[in-house]
Design a binder for this molecule. Structure first.
Ligand SMILES: N#Cc1c(-c2ccc3ccn(Cc4ccc(CN5CCCC5)cc4)c3c2)n[nH]c1N
Length: 241
């Protein structure tokens, strides 16, 4: 997969040189390129923003600069991803769908956002465009959201995560449940013991206990997920354990 990121803060994406995503890049599993939007400006001040039509606080990012940048970077096959507080909330389902793409281009806005005609223009020209938000809180730009989405998508690519098995059982996995609690040595820490069933070696009981804890957590912390629970997948998951 090729991923391009266009931003006025290229250094923000340095974290993608590290850990699993960094290793995936070195292994050639992920071709990640970060671009400075100002490289497409034409004035001596390398201006990327201007005042908003209709008034209001702050500045808006110019469509002309973004247009020349994205025309260069999108190529024929790029799927444009625009992080924005007004986007659809990004979920594991979005990560799974984006992980099937050959080429993603993330447009990181700043100020009060990118001129709305940019996303409109590429959608109207038949391009796949996803305007996505990573949650209901306000950030200062799209870079943090891009880091989140590139990590969530990148780890789903074949060969990136050592044990693909671990991708199946995760929170928000196939059955849509939160993750069960995990423990490791020592068996007693600060007078806290390990749930006995986990020491039993009885795999069916352990799987059932984990499923029950996941259900409990989900009902307590994310009742909204219970409503959307994929019971069929849960049963399949249940039967498989
Ligand atoms: N993903 C994601 C995001 C973002 C995000 C993503 C991209 C950009 C580009 C600029 N900003 C800053 C900003 C701040 C406030 C507003 C609202 N204003 C009200 C009237 C006109 C705009 C618009 C933008 C961004 C924020 N925030 N939270 C998320 N989950």
């Amino acid at each position: 997969m090729r991923v391009d990121v266009v931003t006025v803060f290229p250094d923000y994406l340095a974290a993608l040189d590290l850990s699993l995503i960094g290793k995936a890049r070195q292994a050639g599993l992920l071709d990640l390129r970060v671009h400075d939007l100002r490289d497409w400006t034409t004035d001596r001040h390398r201006t990327v923003d201007d005042t908003p039509f209709g008034g209001g606080a702050g500045m808006v990012m110019r469509p002309d600069v973004w247009g020349t940048a994205l025309d260069d970077v999108l190529g024929d096959d790029g799927h444009l991803v625009v992080p924005t507080p007004s986007g659809e909330v990004f979920t594991q389902r979005h990560a799974e769908a984006l992980a099937t793409e050959e080429h993603l281009v993330f447009a990181c806005g700043r100020y009060e956002g990118i001129d709305a005609r940019v996303a409109e223009h590429y959608r109207a020209s038949g391009r796949r465009v996803s305007e996505l938000s990573i949650g209901d809180y306000v950030l200062n730009g799209g870079e943090v959201a891009t880091l989140v989405m590139v990590e969530a998508v990148g780890r789903l690519l074949p060969g990136v995560v050592g044990n693909p098995e671990s991708l199946v059982e995760e929170s928000h996995g196939a059955a849509g449940l939160l993750e069960y609690p995990v423990y490791t040595k020592p068996p007693v820490w600060a007078e806290h013991e390990i749930p006995e069933v986990l020491l039993s070696g009885h795999h069916a009981k352990i799987a059932r206990w984990r499923r029950d804890r996941a259900l409990e957590r989900t009902a307590t912390r994310r009742p909204d997920l219970i409503a959307a629970l994929d019971v069929a997948a849960l049963d399949k998951h249940d039967l498989a354990t």
